[in-house]
Design a protein around this ligand. Structure first.
Ligand SMILES: NC(=O)c1ccc[n+]([C@@H]2O[C@H](COP(=O)([O-])OP(=O)(O)OC[C@H]3O[C@@H](n4cnc5c(N)ncnc54)[C@H](OP(=O)(O)O)[C@@H]3O)[C@@H](O)[C@H]2O)c1
Length: 289
């Protein structure tokens, strides 16, 4: 039985961060100011607080100036909108990220849509999503970008490949499908109504699971030799598990990401890179890549 190579997301992410740190230093030397990333956290959800703290820490490590905006849970829609508009106008802020979810009384979509597309480092505004769907340049969502980067780091061919993505969320599945299409893969997008999911998945040269259902995909969903990317993060009593049954799938896959340590580390690395890219674009420089 062959056993898959384990994709080391931490190592690839560390490489991306190093590149970004170099780019940030160059940018700061040229422009006189480092790129800036503003995060907006509304309320005190403990998980969101950890995510935002990690993003701010990652900024500091590569020399990006962090702006850590905290708003009380019962802040009004208009007040958040004003903060976003102020950040849009702030020349020291290259990227803006509204941490989701926001409290129920706020319309998170409407707020995110106010972010200047040139500063939309999460790539989630309608304009950024539309640009991606139409194959035009723009800032791309971080997790999907990180997934493509992992595949590239391990030389997985995408052109002409059968790529199957399970999950069609705005955050992951949908934008990833377009990124893979941009790379000339033949893309199938699966979801909760897909008939015979394992059989569809088993066609894949590149299989990506972004569902949020512990060990949904077993060995029968994996074509021998396939590259398997598991985006799922599910908290069980025995720890974190992905959407793929790692034990079974790694007996058949050629390459597979672990959970944790696979896709996760790439998300923040790509956020940092998007921030640098946004800063460079503002100053008329060529985009990072
Ligand atoms: N590694 C990272 O950096 C990172 C970042 C963000 C999220 N995540 C994780 O990634 C996972 C997905 O996140 P998300 O935000 O995309 O989730 P989401 O918005 O809940 O979307 C889940 C998708 O999975 C589909 N689905 C649900 N049950 C299914 C089933 N039995 N068979 C096939 N498809 C099914 C849904 O289909 P319908 O559209 O038909 O409902 C939906 O499209 C979560 O575990 C999340 O924690 C990881």
């Amino acid at each position: 039985v062959s056993v898959a190579t384990i994709i080391d997301g931490k190592a690839v992410a560390a490489r991306v961060r190093q590149e970004v740190a170099r780019g940030v230093a160059e940018f700061a030397a040229e422009v006189g100011e480092p790129p800036g990333l503003a995060t907006i956290l509304v309320g005190d959800d403990p998980a969101s607080e950890i995510y935002v703290a990690n993003k701010q820490k990652a900024c500091a490590e590569v020399g990006i100036r962090g702006v850590d905006l905290r708003l009380v849970a019962d802040v009004s829609q208009d007040a958040v909108a004003e903060e976003i508009e102020a950040l849009n106008d702030d020349p020291l802020v290259s990227g803006i990220l509204l941490q989701i979810p926001v409290p129920d009384h706020l319309d998170g979509d409407a707020l995110a849509a106010l972010i200047d597309p040139a500063k939309d480092v999460d790539g989630l505004t309608p304009l950024s999503a539309g640009a991606l769907a139409q194959g035009r340049p723009g800032l791309r969502p971080c997790t999907p970008q990180g997934i493509v980067e992992l595949l590239d780091a391990y030389d997985v061919p995408l052109e002409g490949a059968e790529a199957v993505v399970v999950g069609r969320s705005r955050l992951i599945g949908r934008p990833l499908a377009f990124l893979l299409l941009e790379r000339n893969a033949t893309v199938t997008l699966c979801h909760s109504r897909t008939r015979d999911l394992p059989a569809v998945c088993a066609r894949a040269d590149v299989l990506v699971a972004a569902v949020g259902s512990p060990r949904l995909l077993g060995g029968d969903a994996v074509r021998p030799g396939a590259a398997v990317i598991d985006v799922g993060i599910n908290r069980l009593q025995d720890g974190l598990v992905g959407d793929v049954d790692f034990e079974a799938a790694s007996q058949r896959a050629g390459l597979i990401t672990p959970v944790p340590g696979g896709v996760g580390p790439m998300t923040i690395a790509c956020l940092l890179r998007n921030t640098l890219q946004a800063a460079r674009a503002r100053h008329g420089a060529a985009p990072v890549r």
